[in-house]
Structure formats: structure tokens, C-alpha cells
Ligand binder design. Structure first.
Ligand code: WTA
Length: 651
């Protein structure tokens, strides 16, 4: 069956929207021509303790990079997400929480969320946490996660959420890097009826750190109710800590440029980077994009099926929706448990109007044909969203037709941890859709395409995606390493923010993201650096050298293909391969588990100066060994033939 390549804006979407195409054109023009006026107006969507008079103070010039927005304004993010809604929404549901197991559920109203946030904020203060202190949050998708983030924001502590799928070592590194005084975790996490022992992991992380551990206390949420080792001098039960706390806590006045959070993400080299976001610009941008991109209206039921451990959870489960007074579904589990019908059942149960999920989830479901949507009433849906990786047209069409009954616009939202919010996206009532294209820039965003020399390409073009000017949600620095921030994002192409993504612009000015152009992998929408996995591999006793590349994977988008050279005297075997996969899984996270492990006893292809030629390894992994290009510059071209002969991804 053939599918249209263009979907005009539907009459229904147009009738309901905040932003028609005319409005988009006019607002976009103003946003880039007169950013000061534009953002001065948009900043009013928040409540400020002291209003701003300065709007934009930014520079992308290497050596002088600065990103300041609303920089004399004073506000509190939790106040904007809670207090200001109480007069009109105290009893409105903030979160419909759906547990891993169907039937396990609860609702949290705005008043309840406020009470819990204040109690935890007071509890944290009683443990000595003050404005500016860092707090690591290692929690499953439970309401306490929202409470923990907002409680930090309330007292001006800087939260650093670590995805609950990360290992003790990954957790420990992130704790040390930002010098966290406090960890908030739970006994266990449940996903698809599988338990992750978060408290045990925390103990292990802190145990490994030993006297290097900056952590003074660990707050433990009793979630699953399993026994844990309790260290009375350090550990505090969440329920005991909050039990006797007052349910009011004055929000800490924060400068717009005071840090709100750090979130670690993978880069192309080195250890994970602590992306730092501040308070005012981030919240303005998260709230505004949430409203316009999802065409959110009061009364809508909104469900972002991401995890709070990633930026999508920060901006579009917590800060954006709550700043807008939204009612959201929060889901603890996975799309395929207890069956592939789970997503549809949740949509039906809560009459979800807006669903935001990832292409990998869609591909996992579409492999089961119609069964994931059969038996559920999905007619409440109005808008569908996609995030995390390029959505292939097959997945787009399945989502559009089967989930959205060909009635719901799909917003394919392109953005990054670094961008704080969505930068390139359709707007439901304004943008005609092309399956696979993230379409047009959001307000205030100036994307461009450059060639490898940094020359700006006009019109229809393909190359590297850069952003030419700042927007309020942009990251401010890498925690503790401003130099690395400048080098990573502003040194590749002078005066521009380099995204690390490739893109094409078509004849309508629409952007098509083509994937990372650096050594960052995107596995099921999760970002992983090849360097991280390589350094984990070479830390294994059996391995002398390792190279990691991505390869096309039907469900995950990209899979992890690993080439390993054994140490002298080590005999590769199936057992050893298993052990290597388990090693990476334990050391980093299950999401980093190699899919394919190819032993390379004769070595890896290198230039004469000793640099591993990843281009060649990528081609072999993609089963495109007939397109290797010139290999004559290699130190030893014969290793290539051996690798090709033993390649693992044969189609
Ligand atoms: C990729 C997730 C194509 C991209 C919000 C980006 C996408 C990286 C899309 C950031 C999309 C995200 N189309 N690619 N709609 N959304 N990406 O930091 O490569 O976890 O650079 O932020 O995901 O991943 P991150």
C-alpha cells in the first residue's frame, strides 16, 4: 500500500489550535527579527518574584561563549509548577500514576503534590541541604520522582537525575563529578515485572567510592517493599523523613540564571558530560514548547511515556506540563508488559488526548501487526508525538494509521539534552506533515546546514546541522568544565552551536534529521558514547583493544557492534563473548549491552599514525563491505579482509 508523502493540516487540528500557519509565520518572523520583544512577552507566562528587565545576553564566539536569559529576573520553578495553580486547580489531577502491574495506580492532585514537595523540601533542609547543593536522584517512574525534582527546585538545590537503568559505577561517577551530598533512591524499581535493586546499586556505588564519596545521606523510598541493607548513620526512610514535616516551605528566590539541574549525557569522547540548565529561560522554553508543540489545552490528558532519567522526562513530564497546570499520565512500566496492548490500554483507561513516545517503542509494537491496538478505544487521541531518533516512514505510518486512526497529527520533535526543549518540530495546527521529517524550527530557533568546512549551505542542502543563535532553553555550560563546553559545541564551526547531527533541508525548507555525524550512538533513543563503551571493554582482563560502532537495527534504530582484540594468550570463545556482554551490561547499563561482538585477533584497521579507522568498521558492521572506499592508507590493509570474512551482521 502506498502512503501519501504530504499530509495537509487537518480541519480538526486547525479548529482547535493555538497556532495556525499564519500565526506561525508571523510569530516566527518576530522571534528571529526581534528576539528581545518576542521573549520579553513569552517570559510573562511565568510568575516572577522580581520581573526581568534584561532579556537576552548571549554570544557563540569561541572563547567568549555565554548564554544568559532574563538574567536579572528572580523566580522559583516549583512555585511556577505548583503554588500558582492552587487557587484554581488544587483538586485537579497532576499525575495519573500507572504502575508496572496493571491495576496498580494512584492519582496525585496539585494540592497533594504541593504538600509532598513542601514536606520533602523541609526534610531535605533538615538534612542540611541548601541552595546550590547538588542532589542525585536515582528513582523509578513513581510520583516521588516528581516530588524529588520539585523539592530540590523549591530550596534551590541542583538536581542530577541518574536513569534507574544505570549501573553502580555509572551512578558513582555521576555522584562524584557533581559532588552530590544527598542521593534519593528507592528500595527497588519494577519494569516489566523485573526488579532493579536501586538501593543495593546505591550502596555499591558509594562503597566503591569509599572515602571519596561526597554523600552524607541517602533518602530511600519504600516502593516495592523489599528488604534492603539499611545504614542508620547515612540512610533515611523517605516516609519517616517527611512524616512530621510542615506542608509549607517558602520557595527559595532564584535568579533566572541560577542552576536548576545537571543531567549527564554521552558525548563523542571522554566521560559523560554534565549538561547544566538554569531556571528562568529553561522553564519559559519548556512551558512554551509544551503548550504549542502538543497544542495543549486546559482539560487535555497528556501522556509523555519517557523516563524522568532523560531530558524528555525533565522537560515534558515534569517542568513543561506542570508549569502549564496540565494533567499527565505517569507510567512506571514498559510498552510490552504484560502484553503489547499496554500502551493502548493506558490510552483507553485514562482517555489520553496527547501521546508522546519514541520510534523504538513504535517499532517494537508494529512488529506485532494490529494486535497492540486491538480491543482498545483510542478515539480520545488528538495529537501524537515522537522523540529521540529519526522516525522511519514505516513506523510513522503505523503510528498515524493504527494508533491515531489517521486523525491525529504526528509531531516529530527534534531536540537534545543540551537544547532543553524542542527545537525543530511541526505544530499540529500549522504544519503540513511529511513522514520522517521534523519539519520546521520552533520560535526563536535558527537552524542552518553547513558543509564540513563550516560553509553555510542555502536552499536544498545536506550536511551538518548547526544553530545560529541562542534560545532560552539552551544549556549554559558543562558542569565544572566550561572549556569543554566551548570546545564541544562551538569550536567545530565558528560562531555556531554544533548539534552533532546531520540533516537535509528540502525544497519546502523542511528539515530531515539523518542521524549523528559524530561517535555518539542512539540505541532505542538512548544516547551512548562509543568512547564510554570502549573504555569499559578495555578494562576487561581479556581485552587488549576495542572499537565500538553502531549499525542499523530494525527495532532499536541502532545496535551496538563491538570489535575486540584479545590480549596475548587469550583464546576467544562463546563463553568469553557472553562474559564480555555481561561485563558491559554490569559496568554501564543494560542499554549499553553489545548486540554483536566480533573478535579481531589480527587487529583493527589503523592509519599509519595509529588511529582506528572507524569509517571502515562502520561499513563492515552495516554489511556494506563492498563500499569500503580507499583502504590503501592503512598501516596493514590485510586486517580488513579478515574482518570482512568474519563479519557478524550478514543479511
Ligand atoms: C537524536 C533527546 C531525529 C539526535 C531529546 C539528537 C532525533 C539526540 C530526534 C539527542 C528526532 C532526538 N529525529 N533524531 N525527532 N530527537 N534525536 O540528548 O541525534 O537524549 O542529537 O535528547 O537524539 O538525544 P538526547
Amino acid at each position: 500500500m502506498s502512503h501519501p508523502s504530504l499530509y495537509p493540516v487537518s480541519a480538526t487540528a486547525k479548529a482547535r489550535t493555538h497556532i495556525t500557519d499564519d500565526i506561525y509565520q508571523e510569530m516566527y518572523r518576530q522571534s528571529v527579527e526581534q528576539p528581545e520583544q518576542f521573549w520579553a512577552e513569552q517570559g510573562k507566562r511565568l510568575d516572577w518574584i522580581t520581573p526581568y528587565s534584561k532579556i537576552k545576553d548571549t554570544s557563540f564566539e569561541l572563547g567568549k561563549v555565554k548564554v544568559n536569559w532574563f538574567s536579572d529576573g528572580i523566580l522559583n520553578a516549583s512555585y511556577n509548577c505548583l503554588d500558582r495553580h492552587l487557587a484554581s486547580r488544587a483538586d485537579q489531577v497532576a499525575f495519573y500514576w500507572e504502575g508496572d502491574e496493571p491495576g496498580v495506580q494512584k492519582t496525585v492532585s496539585y494540592q497533594q503534590l504541593y504538600d509532598q514537595v513542601c514536606a520533602l523540601a523541609n526534610g531535605m533542609k533538615s538534612l542540611g541541604i541548601k541552595k546550590g547543593d547538588r542532589v542525585t536522584i536515582y528513582l523509578p517512574m513513581i510520583p516521588e520522582a516528581a516530588v524529588a525534582l520539585l523539592a530540590c527546585a523549591r530550596i534551590g538545590a541542583v538536581h542530577s537525575v541518574v536513569f534507574a537503568g544505570f549501573s553502580p559505577d555509572a551512578l558513582g561517577n555521576r555522584i562524584v563529578d557533581c559532588d552530590s551530598k544527598l542521593v534519593i533512591t528507592s528500595d527497588q524499581a519494577l519494569r516489566g515485572n523485573r526488579a532493579t535493586h536501586l538501593k543495593d546499586n546505591t550502596d555499591a556505588a558509594l562503597g566503591h567510592l569509599g572515602s571519596d564519596s561526597p554523600v552524607q545521606n541517602v533518602i530511600v523510598v519504600k516502593h516495592v517493599g523489599k528488604n534492603i541493607d539499611f545504614h542508620p548513620a547515612r540512610d533515611v526512610w523517605y516516609h519517616e523523613l517527611v512524616a512530621n514535616q510542615s506542608k509549607t516551605c517558602e520557595p527559595e528566590p532564584m535568579n533566572a540564571e541560577d542552576p536548576l539541574f545537571i543531567l549527564y549525557t554521552s558525548g563523542s569522547t571522554g566521560k559523560p558530560k554534565g549538561v547544566l540548565h538554569t531556571t528562568g529561560g529553561y522553564l519559559v522554553y519548556a512551558a512554551m514548547t509544551h503548550q504549542y508543540v502538543f497544542d495543549y489545552h486546559d482539560g487535555d490528558i497528556y501522556w509523555c511515556a519517557a523516563d524522568v532519567g532523560w531530558v524528555t522526562g525533565h522537560s515534558y513530564i515534569i517542568y513543561g506540563p506542570l508549569a502549564n497546570g496540565a494533567s499527565s499520565v505517569m507510567f512506571e512500566g514498559v510498552p510490552t508488559y504484560p502484553s503489547v496492548k499496554r500502551i493502548a490500554q493506558i490510552v483507553d483507561k485514562y482517555q489520553v488526548n496527547i501521546l508522546y513516545t519514541a520510534p523504538t517503542a513504535i517499532r517494537a509494537l508494529m512488529a506485532h501487526g494490529d494486535s497492540p491496538v486491538e480491543g482498545a478505544n483510542l478515539s480520545s487521541l488528538k495529537i501524537l508525538g515522537s522523540v529521540g531518533e529519526p522516525i522511519n516512514p514505516e513506523a510513522w505510518n503505523w503510528y498515524y494509521e493504527k494508533v491515531g486512526s489517521s486523525q491525529c497529527p504526528i509531531v516529530d520533535t527534534w531536540w537534545q539534552t543540551e537544547t532543553g526543549g524542542i527545537l525543530i518540530t511541526p505544530l499540529p495546527g500549522a504544519t503540513a506533515l511529511k513522514p520522517g521529517s521534523a519539519t520546521r524550527p520552533f520560535f526563536g530557533v535558527k537552524p542552518a546546514i553547513v558543509d564540513n568546512e563550516g560553509k553555510l549551505l542555502d536552499g536544498v542542502a545536506e550536511g551538518n546541522l548547526v544553530i545560529l543563535d541562542s534560545w532560552p532553553g539552551q544549556m549554559r555550560t558543562l558542569y565544572g568544565d566550561h572549556d569543554r563546553f566551548e570546545q564541544t559545541y562551538f569550536s567545530t564551526y565558528a560562531g555556531m552551536y554544533f548539534t552533532g547531527d546531520g540533516a537535509r533541508r528540502d525544497e519546502d525548507g523542511y528539515y530531515w534529521l539523518t542521524g549523528r555525524v559524530d561517535d555518539v550512538l542512539n540505541i532505542s533513543g538512548h544516547r551512548l558514547g562509543t568512547a564510554e563503551i570502549e573504555s569499559c571493554l578495555v578494562a576487561h582482563d581479556a581485552i587488549a583493544e576495542a572499537a565500538v560502532v553502531g549499525y542499523p537495527h530494525d527495532i532499536k534504530g541502532q545496535g551496538i557492534y563491538v570489535y575486540v582484540t584479545p590480549r596475548v594468550g587469550v583464546e576467544p570463545s562463546e563463553e568469553l563473548t557472553k562474559a564480555i556482554r555481561a561485563w558491559v551490561r554490569e559496568e554501564i547499563s543494560p542499554i549499553a549491552t553489545p548486540d554483536l561482538v566480533q573478535w579481531a585477533p589480527s587487529g583493527l584497521p589503523k592509519t599509519r599514525s595509529g588511529k582506528i579507522m572507524r569509517r571502515i568498521l562502520r561499513k563492515i558492521a552495516a554489511n556494506e563491505h563492498d563500499q569500503l572506499g580507499d583502504i590503501s592508507t592503512l598501516a596493514d590493509p590485510s586486517v580488513v579482509e579478515i574482518l570482512v570474512n568474519n563479519r557478524l551482521n550478514r543479511k
